[in-house]
Ligand binder design. Structure first.
Ligand code: NOJ
Length: 623
C-alpha cells in the first residue's frame, strides 16, 4: 500500500520564502505547476438553465453539441464559466499556471464526425470561441467580458493563464471550404481563393525526414500558412500581442516543428519585446533529446519545448519497455546537456494526443509514483486534467478521442489530488526542485533514489515500484541528521552522508526536503549561464565591476551553482550595488586557478533599487 497522507501546506516550509516572491510575477517559471485542460471537457458553468441542458446551442450551427457525452466527436458543453467555477479547486491543489486548449473562434462545422472542440481549427485568431463564452457576450477580444473575468479571477488566485496558440495552420477542408480566416470578423484569407498568398499549397506530408515537406506540406489536410508572407506574420503576431494585452501570461505553441526555426526566432523575439520575460513553450511533436533538429528548436527558437523524451522515459519505466524500469528515465536524463536549458523544459506524463497514463499502466499506485517523479525532476511539470482524479477511458486503448473524457469528479481527498498538493507546495518553496542539480544515488529497474540540490536546499527522492524492500544508500549528498518524509511522515537518519536500511514498502515514495536560507539583498539577481559544457574539475564564477562580484578580483568572484553539464546558476544578493549599472563576465576556474574568462566585452546590466531579476545568458567566446 502506498502512503499518501496529506500534509497540506507545510507552513514551516513556506515561512522561509519571502512572501513577496510567492504568488508574484517575479517567481521563476520553473517554480510553477502547470495544469492543462480541454475547455470543452472540463466543466459547464452556464448560468442559463436551457443552455446547460443543451437546448441552447451557443454556436451558430446546431448539431455540434452533445450534452449526453456519448458522441466523442462533438462539443460536450464545457466553457470558461466552468473553468472559473473551478479555480478554487485548482488553486488548492497547487496549480499555479493554467494552460487552456485554444480559445480562438473555430470553424463551426464537423469533418469526419468531429467538431473542433479541441480548438486547433481556427477561423479567427482575434475572436474567442462563442461556445466558450457566456450567452449574449461579445466574442471580440476587447469586449469579451467572460475572458476578462477569467483573467481577473485567475490572477486574484495567483494563477497564470497560458494561451495555446497555433501559427502553423488554420482549418481543413469541410464541405469544400478550407482555411477561411478572419481578423475580428473581417475576411482575411481563403485557401481556395488565395489572392493574398496566405497559404502554402502543397500536398500532405509523405516523407517525415524531408525538411521541405515538414515545413511546406500539410499535416492532416490542415491549410498551412505561408510564413514567407509578411502580412500573415504581422496578422498572427498582432493577434497574439492582443491576447497578451488582455492578460495572458505565457504561451504554449502548437506544431512548432512544421515552421522554420527562423520564423520562431522572429516571432519569439517580437512577442517577448512586447511582453518581456514571457515564458513560451512549444510542441515539437514527439521530440527526443537525441534528435538534433528537435534540440535545435529547443535551443535556438527563443522558446522552450514540451519534453516528450522524458514523458516516454517515465511511461516506459512503468510499462515494461526495455531497457527495463528506471533505466528508461536515466537514459533520457543523460542527454540533458544537449539542451541549453534543460531545467526549463515542460515535463508531463500524458496529454491530449496520447493515451492517458492509466490506459497504458493500469495501476493507480504506479500513477502516483509517476506523479512523484514528474514533480521532483528538472523542468516545469504539467499535469493533464483529471490525472488528480484518475480520470481515464480505455476504449481503443485510451487513444484520441477517448483520452479526452468529461471531468466528472472534484474530490479534493483523492490521493492523487493530495499528493499533487504536497508536491506542488514543495516545488514552490524548495528551489532544489525548480532550479537545482540532479544526482542519481541508487538505481535498479524498480528502485530509483536521486537527490536535487540548489545552494543549501536539498531534496532526496526514493521511489520503489515493486515489492517491499530495504536498501543502503551510501552517498546521499545531504547533511547528516534526522529527516521526515513529506509524504508519509516517516523519519530517516542520515549519518556519514549515507542511510542504512532505508525501508521502502511496496509502491512507496519517500521525499525528504531540507530548506536553506534564501539569499537576501535589496536586489537579488539570478544569473543563469547556459551553453558552457563543463569538464570534470571545472567550476564557474561571475567576476565583475560590483563589490558583490569582487570588483574584477578573480579571488573574490562569485561562485555559481552547478545545475547540469551545460547550466550554472548564481543567485547574488546586491546591496551596495543596487541601482547601479554593473559589468560582468563569466569565468571558469580549475583547481583554484582561473582557466578561462569570457573573451568578450563585459556584459552590462542595470540593477533596480529593489526586486528579483532573472538574467538568462549563453556562454560567449570568440573562437
Ligand atoms: C498538436 C496538438 O496537440 C494536436 O492536438 C492537434 O490536433 C495538432 N497539433 C494540430 O493542431
Amino acid at each position: 500500500m502506498a502512503k499518501y497522507e496529506s500534509t497540506g501546506n507545510n507552513s514551516n516550509e513556506t515561512a522561509k520564502m519571502p512572501a513577496k516572491w510567492l504568488n508574484s510575477n517575479q517567481i521563476d517559471f520553473r517554480q510553477e505547476v502547470i495544469y492543462f485542460l480541454i475547455v470543452d471537457r472540463f466543466h459547464d458553468g452556464s448560468a442559463d438553465e436551457e443552455e446547460r441542458k443543451g437546448i441552447w446551442d451557443r454556436g451558430k450551427k446546431t448539431g455540434l453539441l452533445d450534452k449526453t457525452w456519448m458522441d466523442w466527436g462533438k462539443y460536450w458543453g464545457g466553457n470558461i464559466a466552468g473553468v472559473i467555477e473551478k479555480i478554487d479547486y485548482l488553486k488548492s491543489m497547487g496549480v499555479s499556471a493554467l494552460w487552456l486548449s485554444p480559445l480562438f473562434e473555430q470553424v463551426d462545422d464537423m469533418q469526419f464526425d468531429r467538431a473542433p472542440m479541441h480548438g486547433y481549427w481556427t477561423k479567427d485568431f482575434k475572436r474567442i470561441n462563442p461556445r466558450f463564452v457566456d450567452i449574449e457576450d461579445s466574442c471580440s477580444l476587447d469586449q469579451c467580458q467572460t475572458l476578462k473575468k477569467l483573467v481577473e479571477k485567475l490572477h486574484e488566485a495567483g494563477i497564470k493563464l497560458v494561451l495555446d496558440i497555433v501559427c502553423n495552420h488554420s482549418s481543413p477542408d469541410i464541405n469544400g471550404s478550407k482555411g477561411v480566416v478572419y481578423s475580428d470578423g473581417n475576411l482575411l484569407a481563403d485557401y481556395n481563393n488565395d489572392e493574398q498568398n496566405f497559404y502554402h499549397h502543397y500536398p500532405e506530408i509523405t516523407d517525415w525526414e524531408d525538411e521541405f515537406q515538414l515545413i511546406h506540406h500539410e499535416m492532416c489536410g490542415l491549410a498551412t500558412f505561408n510564413e514567407n508572407n509578411i502580412n500573415y506574420r504581422n496578422y498572427i503576431k498582432n493577434a497574439v500581442k492582443h491576447w497578451l494585452d488582455i492578460g495572458v501570461d505565457a504561451l504554449r505553441v502548437d506544431t512548432i516543428k512544421h515552421m522554420p526555426l527562423t520564423f520562431w526566432q522572429e516571432f519569439c523575439s517580437d512577442i517577448c519585446a512586447h511582453k518581456p520575460d514571457l515564458f513560451i513553450f512549444g510542441e515539437y511533436g514527439f521530440s527526443k533529446p537525441w534528435d538534433q533538429r528537435a534540440v535545435n528548436y529547443a535551443n535556438h527558437s527563443g522558446m522552450s519545448i514540451l519534453d516528450f523524451g522524458l514523458c516516454d522515459g517515465i511511461r516506459f519505466a512503468f510499462s515494461g519497455a526495455e531497457p527495463g524500469g528506471f533505466y528508461q528515465i536515466k537514459r533520457v536524463l543523460s542527454y540533458d546537456k544537449e539542451y541549453k536549458r534543460a531545467s526549463q523544459l515542460v515535463t508531463f506524463i500524458d496529454n491530449h494526443d496520447m493515451p492517458r497514463f492509466l490506459s497504458i499502466v493500469s495501476n493507480e499506485e504506479h500513477l502516483r509514483l509517476a506523479i512523484s517523479i514528474l514533480m521532483t525532476l528538472r523542468g516545469v511539470p504539467c499535469l493533464f486534467y483529471g490525472t488528480e482524479q484518475s480520470l481515464h477511458c480505455d476504449i481503443n486503448g485510451g487513444a484520441d478521442p477517448y483520452n479526452r473524457p468529461m471531468m466528472e469528479s472534484w474530490n479534493s481527498s483523492h490521493p492523487n489530488y493530495m499528493l499533487i498538493q504536497v508536491l506542488a507546495n514543495l516545488r514552490k518553496v524548495n528551489p532544489a526542485l525548480s532550479m537545482g542539480s540532479f544526482e542519481e544515488r541508487f538505481i535498479t529497474k524498480d528502485i530509483y533514489v536521486y537527490s536535487r540540490h540548489y545552494r543549501n536546499n536539498h531534496v532526496l527522492v526514493c521511489i520503489n515500484k515493486s515489492k517491499s524492500t530495504s536498501i543502503d544508500v551510501q552517498n546521499t549528498g545531504l547533511p547528516d541528521g534526522e529527516l521526515k518524509c513529506s509524504l508519509s511522515h516517516k523519519t530517516i537518519s542520515i549519518s556519514n552522508n549515507g542511510i542504512q536500511g532505508l525501508q521502502l514498502d511496496e509502491n512507496e515514495a519517500h521525499i525528504f526536503s531540507i530548506l536553506g536560507e534564501p539569499v537576501s539583498g535589496k536586489v537579488v539577481g539570478v544569473f543563469e549561464l547556459n551553453g558552457y559544457e563543463t569538464k570534470p574539475g571545472e567550476t564557474l564564477f561571475i567576476t565583475g565591476s560590483a563589490e558583490e562580484l569582487g570588483n574584477w578580483d578573480a579571488t573574490k568572484a562569485f561562485g555559481m551553482e552547478y545545475v547540469n553539464d551545460n547550466t550554472w546558476i548564481a543567485e547574488v544578493g546586491f546591496d551596495v550595488s543596487a541601482e547601479q549599472q554593473i559589468r560582468y563576465k563569466f569565468m571558469v576556474m580549475m583547481n583554484g586557478s582561473v582557466k578561462t574568462v569570457e573573451n568578450i566585452l563585459p556584459r552590462v546590466v542595470q540593477l533596480p533599487n529593489s526586486d528579483r531579476i532573472n538574467i538568462d545568458t549563453i556562454w560567449n567566446q570568440i573562437s
